[in-house]
Design a protein around this ligand. Structure first.
Ligand SMILES: *Cc1c(COP(=O)(O)O)cnc(C)c1O
Length: 338
Protein backbone atom coordinates (compact mmCIF):
# COMPACT_ATOMS: atom_id res chain seq x y z
CA UNK A 1 0.00 0.00 0.00
CA UNK A 2 1.18 3.51 -0.85
CA UNK A 3 -0.22 5.53 2.01
CA UNK A 4 -0.81 9.16 1.06
CA UNK A 5 -3.70 9.73 3.49
CA UNK A 6 -1.73 11.83 5.92
CA UNK A 7 1.72 12.67 7.23
CA UNK A 8 0.53 11.20 10.55
CA UNK A 9 1.13 7.68 9.19
CA UNK A 10 4.93 8.11 9.34
CA UNK A 11 6.59 5.46 11.48
CA UNK A 12 9.35 6.39 13.96
CA UNK A 13 12.88 6.22 12.52
CA UNK A 14 15.49 3.79 13.85
CA UNK A 15 17.13 6.71 15.65
CA UNK A 16 13.82 7.59 17.33
CA UNK A 17 13.30 4.01 18.50
CA UNK A 18 16.81 3.92 19.91
CA UNK A 19 16.29 7.26 21.66
CA UNK A 20 13.06 5.98 23.20
CA UNK A 21 14.84 2.85 24.43
CA UNK A 22 17.68 4.77 25.99
CA UNK A 23 15.76 7.79 27.31
CA UNK A 24 16.46 8.99 30.82
CA UNK A 25 13.10 9.29 32.53
CA UNK A 26 11.36 10.49 35.69
CA UNK A 27 7.86 11.38 36.86
CA UNK A 28 6.79 14.23 34.60
CA UNK A 29 3.81 15.22 36.78
CA UNK A 30 6.50 16.18 39.32
CA UNK A 31 8.39 17.75 36.39
CA UNK A 32 11.22 15.31 37.01
CA UNK A 33 11.58 13.78 33.58
CA UNK A 34 14.87 15.13 32.16
CA UNK A 35 14.06 14.10 28.60
CA UNK A 36 10.70 15.88 28.61
CA UNK A 37 12.34 18.98 30.09
CA UNK A 38 14.98 18.93 27.38
CA UNK A 39 12.31 18.62 24.69
CA UNK A 40 10.28 21.46 26.21
CA UNK A 41 13.33 23.72 26.50
CA UNK A 42 14.48 22.94 22.99
CA UNK A 43 11.02 23.65 21.57
CA UNK A 44 10.63 26.88 23.56
CA UNK A 45 13.97 28.14 22.26
CA UNK A 46 13.13 27.27 18.66
CA UNK A 47 9.80 29.09 18.99
CA UNK A 48 11.24 32.09 20.80
CA UNK A 49 8.81 31.55 23.70
CA UNK A 50 9.52 31.54 27.45
CA UNK A 51 8.15 28.08 28.08
CA UNK A 52 6.73 25.00 26.40
CA UNK A 53 4.88 21.87 27.43
CA UNK A 54 4.62 18.41 25.91
CA UNK A 55 1.04 17.30 25.26
CA UNK A 56 -0.37 14.08 23.88
CA UNK A 57 -1.82 15.45 20.64
CA UNK A 58 -2.46 18.53 18.57
CA UNK A 59 -6.09 18.51 19.59
CA UNK A 60 -5.18 18.38 23.26
CA UNK A 61 -2.71 21.23 22.77
CA UNK A 62 -5.22 23.44 20.97
CA UNK A 63 -7.92 22.75 23.54
CA UNK A 64 -5.61 23.45 26.47
CA UNK A 65 -4.73 26.75 24.80
CA UNK A 66 -8.41 27.67 24.38
CA UNK A 67 -9.15 26.67 27.99
CA UNK A 68 -6.21 28.69 29.28
CA UNK A 69 -6.86 31.85 27.27
CA UNK A 70 -10.65 32.10 27.60
CA UNK A 71 -13.55 32.06 30.04
CA UNK A 72 -16.96 30.38 29.60
CA UNK A 73 -19.26 32.58 27.56
CA UNK A 74 -16.44 34.05 25.49
CA UNK A 75 -16.41 34.06 21.74
CA UNK A 76 -13.31 33.07 19.80
CA UNK A 77 -12.47 34.10 16.25
CA UNK A 78 -11.55 31.15 14.05
CA UNK A 79 -11.15 30.58 10.34
CA UNK A 80 -14.19 28.85 8.88
CA UNK A 81 -12.32 25.78 7.60
CA UNK A 82 -9.97 25.55 10.58
CA UNK A 83 -9.17 22.32 12.37
CA UNK A 84 -10.21 23.80 15.73
CA UNK A 85 -13.70 24.50 14.37
CA UNK A 86 -14.20 21.46 12.15
CA UNK A 87 -12.21 18.52 13.44
CA UNK A 88 -12.07 18.67 17.22
CA UNK A 89 -15.53 17.39 18.08
CA UNK A 90 -16.81 20.84 19.12
CA UNK A 91 -14.41 20.63 22.05
CA UNK A 92 -14.22 24.43 22.31
CA UNK A 93 -17.91 24.36 23.25
CA UNK A 94 -17.89 21.07 25.15
CA UNK A 95 -14.90 21.93 27.34
CA UNK A 96 -14.12 25.65 27.28
CA UNK A 97 -17.77 26.73 26.90
CA UNK A 98 -16.95 29.27 24.20
CA UNK A 99 -18.66 29.89 20.88
CA UNK A 100 -16.92 30.32 17.57
CA UNK A 101 -17.14 33.38 15.32
CA UNK A 102 -16.02 31.99 11.98
CA UNK A 103 -14.40 34.05 9.25
CA UNK A 104 -13.89 32.64 5.78
CA UNK A 105 -10.27 33.04 4.76
CA UNK A 106 -8.52 33.21 1.39
CA UNK A 107 -6.22 30.21 1.16
CA UNK A 108 -6.74 29.93 4.91
CA UNK A 109 -5.74 33.52 5.66
CA UNK A 110 -8.37 35.69 7.35
CA UNK A 111 -8.60 39.29 6.20
CA UNK A 112 -7.29 41.40 9.11
CA UNK A 113 -10.06 43.98 8.53
CA UNK A 114 -12.68 41.25 8.93
CA UNK A 115 -10.97 40.04 12.09
CA UNK A 116 -11.03 43.56 13.47
CA UNK A 117 -14.70 43.97 12.58
CA UNK A 118 -15.53 40.64 14.27
CA UNK A 119 -14.14 41.70 17.65
CA UNK A 120 -17.14 42.26 19.91
CA UNK A 121 -17.88 45.67 21.37
CA UNK A 122 -18.58 45.92 25.05
CA UNK A 123 -22.37 45.59 25.42
CA UNK A 124 -24.57 43.65 27.78
CA UNK A 125 -25.81 41.57 24.85
CA UNK A 126 -22.44 40.59 23.47
CA UNK A 127 -20.03 37.82 24.28
CA UNK A 128 -16.47 39.00 24.90
CA UNK A 129 -13.96 38.06 22.26
CA UNK A 130 -11.47 35.96 24.20
CA UNK A 131 -9.12 34.62 21.57
CA UNK A 132 -8.15 34.73 17.90
CA UNK A 133 -6.92 31.49 16.30
CA UNK A 134 -4.77 31.21 13.19
CA UNK A 135 -3.84 27.97 11.44
CA UNK A 136 -0.45 27.78 9.66
CA UNK A 137 -0.06 25.78 7.49
CA UNK A 138 -3.76 25.59 6.78
CA UNK A 139 -4.90 22.02 6.31
CA UNK A 140 -8.26 22.46 4.54
CA UNK A 141 -6.72 25.11 2.32
CA UNK A 142 -4.33 22.42 1.09
CA UNK A 143 -1.33 23.02 3.33
CA UNK A 144 -1.37 26.72 2.43
CA UNK A 145 1.23 28.91 4.11
CA UNK A 146 -0.28 31.92 5.87
CA UNK A 147 1.92 34.91 4.94
CA UNK A 148 3.89 36.55 7.74
CA UNK A 149 2.40 39.98 6.93
CA UNK A 150 -1.08 38.56 7.45
CA UNK A 151 -0.12 37.11 10.82
CA UNK A 152 1.56 40.35 11.84
CA UNK A 153 -1.48 42.43 10.90
CA UNK A 154 -3.83 40.19 12.88
CA UNK A 155 -1.47 40.10 15.85
CA UNK A 156 -1.29 43.91 15.95
CA UNK A 157 -5.07 44.20 15.90
CA UNK A 158 -5.34 41.56 18.60
CA UNK A 159 -2.74 43.21 20.81
CA UNK A 160 -4.40 46.61 20.44
CA UNK A 161 -7.59 44.99 21.75
CA UNK A 162 -5.85 42.94 24.46
CA UNK A 163 -6.93 39.70 22.84
CA UNK A 164 -4.46 36.80 22.71
CA UNK A 165 -3.60 35.00 19.46
CA UNK A 166 -3.21 31.23 19.37
CA UNK A 167 -1.50 29.56 16.44
CA UNK A 168 -2.59 26.06 15.48
CA UNK A 169 0.73 25.21 13.93
CA UNK A 170 0.18 21.47 13.60
CA UNK A 171 2.38 21.80 10.49
CA UNK A 172 4.29 24.91 11.59
CA UNK A 173 7.62 23.46 10.48
CA UNK A 174 6.26 22.92 6.97
CA UNK A 175 5.36 26.60 6.91
CA UNK A 176 8.82 27.61 8.14
CA UNK A 177 10.61 25.43 5.61
CA UNK A 178 8.41 26.77 2.80
CA UNK A 179 9.08 30.36 3.89
CA UNK A 180 12.78 29.66 4.45
CA UNK A 181 12.70 31.11 7.96
CA UNK A 182 13.05 29.78 11.51
CA UNK A 183 9.78 28.90 13.27
CA UNK A 184 10.29 31.76 15.73
CA UNK A 185 9.79 34.25 12.88
CA UNK A 186 6.25 32.91 12.58
CA UNK A 187 5.65 32.37 16.30
CA UNK A 188 6.58 36.00 17.09
CA UNK A 189 3.06 37.01 15.98
CA UNK A 190 1.34 34.81 18.54
CA UNK A 191 0.78 34.48 22.27
CA UNK A 192 0.65 30.70 22.14
CA UNK A 193 1.56 28.03 19.63
CA UNK A 194 0.78 24.37 19.17
CA UNK A 195 2.80 22.20 16.80
CA UNK A 196 2.69 18.46 16.12
CA UNK A 197 5.74 16.24 16.47
CA UNK A 198 3.73 13.36 15.07
CA UNK A 199 3.01 14.59 11.53
CA UNK A 200 5.69 15.44 8.98
CA UNK A 201 8.36 15.42 11.70
CA UNK A 202 7.76 11.69 12.06
CA UNK A 203 7.64 11.22 15.84
CA UNK A 204 5.17 8.57 17.02
CA UNK A 205 3.27 10.68 19.57
CA UNK A 206 2.85 14.20 20.82
CA UNK A 207 2.64 17.91 20.33
CA UNK A 208 4.15 20.97 21.96
CA UNK A 209 2.36 24.05 23.18
CA UNK A 210 4.35 27.13 24.02
CA UNK A 211 3.85 30.65 25.30
CA UNK A 212 4.72 32.81 28.29
CA UNK A 213 5.81 31.20 31.54
CA UNK A 214 2.52 32.17 33.14
CA UNK A 215 0.52 30.73 30.24
CA UNK A 216 2.33 27.39 30.48
CA UNK A 217 1.87 27.23 34.27
CA UNK A 218 -1.88 27.55 33.83
CA UNK A 219 -1.84 25.23 30.83
CA UNK A 220 -0.11 22.59 32.93
CA UNK A 221 -3.08 22.55 35.27
CA UNK A 222 -5.53 22.21 32.37
CA UNK A 223 -3.49 19.35 30.99
CA UNK A 224 -3.71 17.62 34.38
CA UNK A 225 -7.47 18.20 34.55
CA UNK A 226 -7.84 16.62 31.12
CA UNK A 227 -5.93 13.55 32.25
CA UNK A 228 -2.88 14.53 30.25
CA UNK A 229 -0.40 14.51 33.13
CA UNK A 230 1.87 11.59 32.30
CA UNK A 231 4.62 9.85 34.22
CA UNK A 232 7.84 8.48 32.62
CA UNK A 233 6.92 10.15 29.37
CA UNK A 234 10.55 10.69 28.34
CA UNK A 235 10.06 7.41 26.48
CA UNK A 236 7.86 9.24 23.97
CA UNK A 237 9.46 12.66 24.32
CA UNK A 238 12.85 11.29 23.21
CA UNK A 239 11.68 10.59 19.64
CA UNK A 240 10.26 14.13 19.63
CA UNK A 241 13.75 15.51 20.31
CA UNK A 242 15.14 13.42 17.47
CA UNK A 243 12.36 14.83 15.28
CA UNK A 244 13.34 18.43 16.07
CA UNK A 245 17.02 17.69 15.52
CA UNK A 246 16.90 15.59 12.39
CA UNK A 247 13.57 15.88 10.61
CA UNK A 248 12.98 19.59 10.07
CA UNK A 249 15.16 20.44 7.07
CA UNK A 250 14.13 17.34 5.16
CA UNK A 251 10.51 18.57 5.01
CA UNK A 252 11.71 20.36 1.86
CA UNK A 253 11.89 16.92 0.24
CA UNK A 254 8.22 16.29 1.06
CA UNK A 255 7.36 19.65 -0.49
CA UNK A 256 9.31 18.87 -3.69
CA UNK A 257 7.62 15.48 -3.85
CA UNK A 258 4.22 17.13 -3.43
CA UNK A 259 4.90 19.52 -6.31
CA UNK A 260 6.00 16.58 -8.43
CA UNK A 261 2.91 14.56 -7.48
CA UNK A 262 0.62 17.53 -8.17
CA UNK A 263 2.08 17.87 -11.68
CA UNK A 264 1.64 14.15 -12.32
CA UNK A 265 -1.95 14.15 -11.08
CA UNK A 266 -2.76 17.35 -12.95
CA UNK A 267 -1.77 15.66 -16.22
CA UNK A 268 -4.39 12.94 -15.73
CA UNK A 269 -7.62 13.80 -17.51
CA UNK A 270 -10.62 14.38 -15.27
CA UNK A 271 -8.50 15.24 -12.23
CA UNK A 272 -8.12 18.85 -11.15
CA UNK A 273 -5.57 19.93 -8.59
CA UNK A 274 -7.41 22.78 -6.88
CA UNK A 275 -4.76 24.15 -4.55
CA UNK A 276 -1.50 25.96 -5.04
CA UNK A 277 0.89 23.43 -3.52
CA UNK A 278 2.92 25.36 -0.94
CA UNK A 279 3.89 22.40 1.22
CA UNK A 280 3.02 18.69 1.40
CA UNK A 281 -0.74 18.60 0.70
CA UNK A 282 -2.51 18.26 -2.64
CA UNK A 283 -6.26 18.62 -3.07
CA UNK A 284 -7.75 17.00 -6.13
CA UNK A 285 -11.27 17.40 -7.42
CA UNK A 286 -12.54 14.16 -8.90
CA UNK A 287 -16.14 14.94 -9.86
CA UNK A 288 -15.32 15.23 -13.60
CA UNK A 289 -14.70 11.51 -13.39
CA UNK A 290 -18.34 11.04 -12.36
CA UNK A 291 -17.26 9.74 -8.96
CA UNK A 292 -17.64 10.99 -5.43
CA UNK A 293 -14.46 11.41 -3.44
CA UNK A 294 -15.28 8.28 -1.40
CA UNK A 295 -15.84 6.20 -4.53
CA UNK A 296 -12.58 7.50 -5.97
CA UNK A 297 -10.72 6.73 -2.73
CA UNK A 298 -12.20 3.21 -2.63
CA UNK A 299 -11.14 2.59 -6.24
CA UNK A 300 -7.60 3.76 -5.51
CA UNK A 301 -7.46 1.58 -2.43
CA UNK A 302 -8.27 -1.51 -4.51
CA UNK A 303 -5.20 -0.66 -6.56
CA UNK A 304 -2.90 -0.02 -3.62
CA UNK A 305 -3.06 3.73 -3.04
CA UNK A 306 -4.58 5.26 0.06
CA UNK A 307 -5.87 8.85 0.08
CA UNK A 308 -8.25 10.75 2.34
CA UNK A 309 -11.43 12.59 1.41
CA UNK A 310 -12.36 16.23 2.09
CA UNK A 311 -16.09 16.45 1.51
CA UNK A 312 -17.88 14.81 -1.44
CA UNK A 313 -15.69 16.19 -4.25
CA UNK A 314 -12.14 16.49 -2.97
CA UNK A 315 -9.48 13.94 -2.13
CA UNK A 316 -6.33 14.81 -0.27
CA UNK A 317 -2.89 13.42 -1.08
CA UNK A 318 -0.21 14.10 1.54
CA UNK A 319 3.50 13.47 1.05
CA UNK A 320 5.72 12.46 3.95
CA UNK A 321 8.93 10.75 5.09
CA UNK A 322 7.75 7.23 4.32
CA UNK A 323 7.02 7.87 0.63
CA UNK A 324 10.03 8.59 -1.57
CA UNK A 325 10.10 9.90 -5.14
CA UNK A 326 10.05 6.41 -6.66
CA UNK A 327 6.94 5.46 -4.69
CA UNK A 328 5.27 8.68 -5.78
CA UNK A 329 6.05 7.91 -9.44
CA UNK A 330 4.41 4.54 -8.89
CA UNK A 331 1.35 6.20 -7.35
CA UNK A 332 1.00 8.55 -10.34
CA UNK A 333 1.15 5.54 -12.68
CA UNK A 334 -1.51 3.69 -10.72
CA UNK A 335 -3.87 6.69 -10.66
CA UNK A 336 -3.21 7.33 -14.36
CA UNK A 337 -4.18 3.80 -15.33
CA UNK A 338 -7.58 3.89 -13.63
C1 LIG B 1 -3.69 17.22 12.76
C2 LIG B 1 -4.08 18.59 13.10
C3 LIG B 1 -4.44 18.93 14.42
C4 LIG B 1 -4.64 17.91 15.50
O1 LIG B 1 -3.57 17.10 15.80
P1 LIG B 1 -3.84 15.65 16.44
O2 LIG B 1 -2.48 15.29 16.94
O3 LIG B 1 -4.31 14.80 15.31
O4 LIG B 1 -4.84 15.80 17.52
C5 LIG B 1 -4.73 20.24 14.69
N1 LIG B 1 -4.68 21.17 13.73
C6 LIG B 1 -4.35 20.89 12.46
C7 LIG B 1 -4.28 21.99 11.46
C8 LIG B 1 -4.05 19.58 12.09
O5 LIG B 1 -3.75 19.31 10.83
Amino acid sequence: MIDLRSDTVTKPTAEMRKAAYEAEVGDDVYQEDPTVKELEQTAAEMLGKDAAMFVTSGTQGNQIAVLTHTRRGNEIIVEQDSHILNYEGAAISAFAGVQPRAIKGKRGAMDPAEVEAAIQEEDVHNPETGLICIENTHNRAGGAVIPLENMKAIYEIASANQIPVHLDGARLFNAAVALGCPVKDIAQYTDSVQFCLSKGLGAPVGSIIAGSGDFINQARKWRKRLGGGLRQVGIIAAPGLVALRTMVDRLAVDHENATFLAQGLGNISGLNVVNQVDTNIILVEVSERGLTSSQFAALLKEHGVLVSTFGPKLVRFTTHYDVDRETIEKAIQIVGKL
